[in-house]
Each structure stands twice: as structure tokens, then as C-alpha cells.
Design a protein around this ligand. Structure first.
Ligand code: FAD
Length: 354
């Protein structure tokens, strides 16, 4: 929404200090450098912090080095700075429009956000009255449209194919990015797509704090494998929540590798499971709450450019007994409502709510 000026960064940023103060949480804004789990000390830019229980919820580091030129020539909309850069580039682009490439690179898992950007772009081009001057391309490592790293949803592929046809979007599945240059994108299928604007979702890795802490025994991708209680396999007082958790793909790999999506709802759920389990541990209880990532329900509304697709399932991964994709091509009322609800919840610290 920020690249297309539908939201300003300050409208979707929430200062958590007030809420943390109210809840009696001492907040220290600093960078955690590494942890020694034997000594039970986190080393930070503001000194050493000893702990009894440690929660690692450090999210991702973006791997812009996945292919040459991704860092230099493609936009990334996952940070406020990246979103604002994309906005500036689009202002320039408007003056001299041409082909656009949007997509996800090999090994990426956050395809949903890139699909959202694609459909928002299509809508924006029409609003700017330049749609006819733009060839719009979608490139993805997915084996089929709407795989999303969860092996799809019922009718998802045909729905997305319908959207691509309806909005005249060219697409390539099962492709990796070989190189991005100022003038276009080289794909693993040998194709070069000329483009004046590119937005690619690269893969995520674990952050430096994790990779600089060898005793955590993170996987080569920097994510940490945990028990179904989100407890560290070796250190019982270390817990991991959100994107930092290692999640193995529950599907057959295609020719081009890609990963599972680690979206907001499961990130939130794993945080709650960890909080509950720390309380149980402190109380001396031995039975912990357990739910693997794939067993968490799928709850998501895909923004499709002032339209939306509601995605609901009882489990994120197959087997599922409930799995629904509901398009709303008239307006994005649900997504906007969810956004307002989520910001209200964050501003007030109502963590007990879903
Ligand atoms: C463009 C985009 C769109 C998305 N859209 C959706 C969507 O519509 N719906 C949805 O469900 N999900 C969406 N997601 C995914 C969602 O953002 C993530 O699932 C969620 O933010 C993960 O939460 P987290 O707490 O694990 O990590 P984060 O939200 O990344 O939080 C990690 C925090 O740790 C801090 N940190 C990291 N390292 C250190 C360190 N060394 N020291 C101190 N602090 C550190 C970071 O600064 C950050 O504040 C989207 C993601 C992207 C990139």
C-alpha cells in the first residue's frame, strides 16, 4: 500500500513503548549480537544481558545475494525504506512507462506478498491511465500458480489463472532468476524479459544474531529447528517464535527450490505458545502446549488491488479438512478491516485476542 501512496509509513507504524511500559516490560532498544546459551548471557550493543528464559523472535534477514543484480536493480517492498524507494521509482516510471517484472526468486517463501504487489500494481497502472503502455510479467519459482509454498488451496490455481487472464498479466512458473540488470531480468529458462521496473521477493534467512551464536546449532539457512512446543532441542530455557523457526517444506520439491510462507498468523500463534509454555515451565508443569507450524490454522486475506481473496483452512499444511479461498472482486473491505483491527490490537497490547 505504501508504494502506491494508499498508506503513509507513519499510519502503519506503532510505537510499542507505551504498551510495554503499561505491562511492566523493561524495553531496551539495541542490537543483540550473539548469545551464549551455556552462560545464559545475550551480548548486545549496550552490554551483556543475563537471562533465565530466552525467546528468539528475530524474524528474517533478506538474502539479496540470491542472484546477481537483485540488490541493485530490483525493488524490495518488505521494509519502510524499500517501500518508499519503490514509490519514488514508480513516480519516475510514470513519466516513461514500459514493461514491468514482479515476482519471487528461487528459494523465496513469501510469494503471497509479491502476488499482492502484482495485483496492486495492475490496479495502480489503470488508475494512472498507463496500463495500455505496460506489459506486466509475473515470475515465480512455484510449480504452479497459487502454490504459495503450502501446496495450494482448492480452486486456487484456477482462480489465479483466471485473474492473470482477466488482467492480461503474462506469467512464468518454475523459473529462477539468473540475473537482474538495469534493463531487465534473465530467467533460468533462457528468457530475458526487458523491464523498466522490477520488484522481486528474495528468500529469507536467519539473522546474524543467530548465525553468530554457533551453540544454537541453527541450520545452514540460519533458522532454528525446535520441538513442537517451540523449545530449543538442546537448551530447555531457549524458545523460538515466528519467522526464526525452521519449517521444513511439506511438498515435493520442483526443479526450482522455494520455501514455505511464514506469515503473521503462525508467527503470532507461536509467540503465544512460547509465552504459555514459559509460564507453565515456571509453575513447574511438565505438560507443554504443542502445535507444529503446519497444524496452525491458515488465516489470511490476500490484498488483490482494491479486491481481496480470503484464505481460510483448519491447517496451514495438508492434510486439511477445511480449506476455502473466497474472492471478493468488488472491494477489499475485509483486508482493510483486518488492518485496522491489527493496528488497534498492537496499539493497545491486546495480545490475548486472535
Ligand atoms: C512485504 C511483506 C508483506 C507481508 N504481508 C503479510 C500479510 O499480508 N499477512 C501475513 O500474515 N503476513 C505477511 N507478511 C509476513 C509477516 O510480516 C511475518 O510473518 C511476520 O512479521 C513475522 O514476525 P516475526 O515476529 O517472526 O518477525 P519480524 O516481524 O521480522 O520481527 C522481528 C524483530 O526482531 C528484530 N531483530 C532482528 N534481529 C535483531 C537483533 N539482532 N537484535 C535486536 N532486534 C532484532 C527486528 O528488528 C524486528 O523488529 C509479510 C511480509 C512481507 C515482507
Amino acid at each position: 500500500m505504501v508504494p502506491f501512496k494508499r498508506r503513509e509509513v507513519n499510519e502503519i507504524s506503532v510505537d510499542r513503548r507505551n504498551v510495554l511500559d503499561r505491562k511492566g516490560v523493561k524495553f531496551v532498544q539495541t542490537v543483540a549480537l550473539r548469545v551464549d546459551p551455556d552462560e545464559k548471557i545475550v551480548y548486545t550493543e549496550k552490554g551483556e544481558m543475563p537471562y533465565d528464559q530466552l525467546v528468539i523472535a528475530t524474524g528474517p534477514k533478506v538474502n539479496f545475494d540470491v542472484a546477481p543484480g537483485v540488490r541493485e536493480h530490483a525493488c524490495y517492498i518488505g521494509t519502510p525504506t524499500g517501500a518508499m524507494e519503490a514509490r519514488e521509482k514508480l513516480e519516475e516510471f510514470k513519466k516513461d512507462p514500459g514493461p514491468i517484472v514482479i515476482g519471487a526468486t528461487q528459494e523465496a517463501g513469501c510469494m503471497g506478498a509479491a502476488y499482492e504487489f502484482l495485483f496492486n500494481m495492475e490496479k495502480w497502472l489503470r488508475e494512472q491511465d498507463i496500463r495500455k503502455k505496460v506489459d506486466l510479467y509475473w515470475v515465480t519459482p512455484e510449480t504452479y500458480l497459487g502454490h504459495f509454498g503450502i501446496d495450494g488451496m482448492p480452486l486456487g490455481e484456477s482462480m489465479l489463472k483466471g485473474f492473470m487472464k482477466m488482467f492480461h498479466i503474462h506469467y512464468r512458473t518454475n523459473v529462477a532468476i539468473k540475473e537482474v540488470t538495469k534493463d531487465g531480468v534473465y530467467l533460468s529458462n533462457g528468457e530475458f524479459i526487458v523491464s523498466k521496473f522490477k520488484m522481486l521477493m528474495p528468500p529469507f534467512r536467519g539473522v546474524d544474531f543467530v548465525t553468530n551464536s554457533p551453540k544454537l546449532e541453527a541450520l545452514p539457512n540460519g533458522f532454528i529447528d525446535v520441538l513442537p512446543s517451540y523449545r530449543h532441542k538442546k537448551y530447555p530455557n531457549v524458545w523460538v517464535a515466528g519467522l526464526a523457526v525452521q519449517v521444513a517444506p511439506p511438498f515435493e520439491k520442483g526443479a526450482v527450490p522455494f520455501a514455505v510462507p511464514k506469515t503473521g498468523y503462525p508467527s503470532d500463534e507461536t509467540g503465544k505458545i512460547v509465552a504459555e509454555n514459559i509460564v507453565r515451565t515456571i509453575k513447574g508443569e511438565t505438560k507443554l502446549k504443542e502445535k507444529t507450524w503446519g497444524e496452525i490454522p491458515g488465516v489470511c486475506i490476500m490484498d488483490a488491488g482494491k479486491k481481496e481473496v480470503i484464505i481460510l483452512s483448519n491447517h496451514l499444511f495438508k492434510p486439511r479438512s477445511i480449506a476455502i479461498m473466497l474472492p471478493n472482486v468488488i472491494w477489499d473491505f475485509g483486508k482493510v478491516l483486518l488492518e485496522k483491527y491489527f493496528l488497534w490490537k498492537l496499539r493497545n497490547g491486546y495480545a490475548q485476542l486472535p
